[in-house]
Design a binder for this molecule. Structure first.
Ligand SMILES: Cc1cc2nc3c(=O)[nH]c(=O)nc-3n(C[C@H](O)[C@H](O)[C@H](O)COP(=O)(O)OP(=O)(O)OC[C@H]3O[C@@H](n4cnc5c(N)ncnc54)[C@H](O)[C@@H]3O)c2cc1C
Length: 480
């Protein structure tokens, strides 16, 4: 199959590029290794839309953070993605921290972050009464926010697909060759050619670069672990609470999520791609660090631990450039934090690089730039009754914790990028996101998936391929 442009990887960066490109008249293909979009770092991070005072002035990270941040309110409104502009505080816990706040304020002003100011300890505690009495002051960034990161990725990818992009899942690119048409990309799903290629392969983007003989950068994966606490703790803080950043990251934060939970993490530890295991030491560090800023967090309300892997590189900035050895092969690599925030702006940046590389871009006359999803629990009683009257499945509650109905799950199965796993359903409609974490609804979601996809339940994985839940049926104690 031939495309004008192929995007390798459909995390939030690949999805943002697809979204930006799908407004133009071109054949666009997306090759994703996993069986779903947003199944890499994009689903496991702090979900913060950063203000932009943290990256060094003059870097791509600084510029794209601030531009990306400004795009969120309108983008999320258009694509129906949960986003809340709640603001953030970086708290000072020592005299050295006081100096760091001043430096962050200076950087933030240079990066043109709007509304930044330093608060006294009293002002900070009047905004956030659960802050430690040790807090000496804070840097307030009113433009920071929280978002649902996997839904942002899904929404941009779905919009691209609705506008003609072709998404190939379970299609890892294993080899790249030069050919007359540009590049030939080999995958287990077949071969694809394209004039231009965007390398959005996250933690393994250096390996993808190596496939075209480009060894100009290396990714040094770095893991961050988290606690996700039940909604009972969801109002412990009203804003994102950071501590002062260190050389290895932005430090441990405490933040509400758009789903109403409390998120605490991450630490930072070198790792390898794909290592998302939690460790007792890592979690103990996260817990102790968070309590320095917000001492009253009740960790007995923890419902899930998880880890995400940063695509740290050997360059101190995002790598957004055409390969020096492979013309038309463009890297969007080393996209660590604030990559989620910057992603919408990175999509636009990719357009500019493609134009510079020679791609001619003509706008589509018709571009469908909107998306709506029914969230049953948010509807009025009248709206709920109307849906149930049309289809009784809207009244059958599958996930009791989050009040997700069978109607919502079936609707997700008919969206432009349908889920194929239990966690794929979780990411789309929230079934399994609640206190019991799918203990009750998981098997029922699996049954619905099997029924709607016409598959045997043993063929429905928990998440990516190979994460099987069932391996057969037992009858009278014997394996059938
Ligand atoms: C602990 C942590 C906390 C963070 N917190 C924040 C935050 O609060 N705010 C913020 O702005 N940013 C944050 N980030 C950064 C942000 O999450 C990332 O910058 C962003 O998710 C990167 O997206 P991506 O699309 O580049 O990578 P990914 O989401 O990893 O996507 C890459 C995709 O490429 C696919 N792929 C890989 N190799 C191939 C191949 N050969 N063929 C086909 N497909 C392939 C993968 O399967 C994957 O789906 C955080 C990151 C971490 C790890």
């Amino acid at each position: 199959m031939h495309y004008d442009v192929i995007i390798i990887g459909c995390g939030v960066v690949g999805a943002a590029c697809a979204y930006a490109l799908s407004g133009y008249q071109l054949r666009l293909g997306i090759l994703e290794a996993s069986n779903d979009v947003a199944n890499g770092t994009t689903k496991a991070n702090s979900a913060i839309v950063h203000g932009g005072y943290d990256p060094l002035p003059g870097t791509k990270m600084a510029r794209l953070n601030v531009v990306g941040n400004a795009m969120f309110p309108e983008l999320c409104r258009r694509l129906d993605v949960p986003f809340q502009k709640i603001g953030s505080l970086v708290v000072s816990l020592s005299e050295e921290d006081d100096a760091v706040l001043e430096e962050l304020l200076r950087q933030g002003k240079e990066n043109r972050v709007p509304g930044l100011r330093i608060l006294s300890a009293e002002e900070a505690r009047s905004m956030e009464p659960n802050l430690s009495s040790e807090v000496r002051g804070a840097l307030y960034a009113p433009s920071a926010g929280i978002v649902n990161p996997w839904e942002l990725c899904l929404a941009m990818a779905e919009t691209a697909v609705k506008n003609g992009a072709e998404l190939h899942l379970s299609a890892p690119v294993t080899a790249v060759e030069r050919c007359e048409a540009g590049y030939l990309l080999r995958t287990p799903k077949g071969d694809f050619t394209a004039r231009y290629v965007l390398n959005c392969a996250g933690v393994t983007s250096d390996r993808v670069a190596n496939l075209v003989g480009d060894h100009s950068f290396h990714i040094h994966p770095n893991k961050g672990e988290y606690f996700l606490l039940d909604k009972a703790e969801g109002t412990r803080v009203g804003r994102v609470i950071f501590q002062c950043p260190t050389k290895v990251g932005k430090g441990v934060l405490v933040a509400p999520t758009v789903h109403g939970n409390l998120l605490v993490g991450p630490n930072a530890a070198p790792t390898c791609p794909g290592d998302t295991a939690n460790s007792a030491d890592g979690l103990a560090f996260v817990r102790a660090s968070a309590q320095r800023a917000v001492p009253g967090i009740n960790f007995r309300e923890n419902i899930r631990n998880f880890a995400g892997v940063r695509a740290n590189s050997d360059r101190d900035d995002f790598i957004i450039e055409e390969s020096r050895v492979a013309p038309g092969f463009i890297h969007l690599a080393g996209i660590r934090s604030p990559g989620l925030t910057a992603a919408p702006a990175i999509g636009i940046e990719a357009l500019e690089l493609l134009k510079k590389a020679g791609l001619s871009l003509q706008k589509k006359a018709e571009f469908v730039d909107s998306r709506r999803r029914i969230r049953f629990h948010e509807l009025s009683d009248e709206e709920k009754n109307e849906l149930i009257r049309q289809d009784p499945r809207w009244g059958r509650v599958i996930c009791r914790c989050e009040t997700v109905t069978e109607g919502e799950i079936v609707a997700a199965l008919h969206c432009p990028i349908p889920p194929v796993s239990v966690n794929g359903v979780k990411r789309r409609v929230g079934a399994g996101m609640g206190r019991c974490q799918g203990g009750f609804c998981g098997p029922r979601v699996q049954e619905i998936l099997a029924r709607e996809l016409g598959l045997d339940p043993t063929q429905i994985p928990m998440d990516w391929e190979g994460t099987w839940v069932l391996c057969g049926e037992t009858k009278g104690g014997a394996k059938a």
